[in-house]
Design a protein around this ligand. Structure first.
Ligand code: FES
Length: 113
């Protein structure tokens, strides 16, 4: 699915993180019914794919050390991560999932590692 930046809603499983690449930015998508949430896929603690982790309530848990990031605010709710991760707007166009990676919806810095 990665590469074209156009994930399909029908290919996303409920509450299951999926990594896609949108305009060169790795993004972790999570579907909740007819809603899709998007967060930058790189954990703010170390370079690790959040899509490798599990979804708990409205957060995705990093599988390396267990920090969980809220999918709306990008904020970690548990250590060791202390910095938020950028979150993005998602628009659905039929089955197409469009992610705006130009501007984060929070004030989190883009990962530099
Ligand atoms: S790399 Fe994600 S919590 Fe450490």
């Amino acid at each position: 699915m990665s590469g074209d930046g156009h994930a399909k809603l029908s290919e996303l499983e409920e509450a299951t993180p999926v990594q896609v690449e949108v305009d060169g930015t790795p993004v972790c998508l999570v579907r909740f019914g007819d809603t899709v949430k998007a967060i930058h896929d790189v954990c703010s603690h170390q370079q690790w794919s959040l899509a490798d982790g599990m979804v708990w309530d409205n957060g995705v848990e990093c599988s390396l050390h267990g920090s969980t990031f809220d999918l709306d605010t990008g904020a970690p709710s548990s250590l060791p991560a202390m910095k938020p991760v950028p979150t993005f707007n998602v628009q659905l166009d039929g089955d197409a999932v469009h992610v705006d990676v130009e501007t984060a919806t929070n004030d989190a810095p883009f990962p530099d590692h």
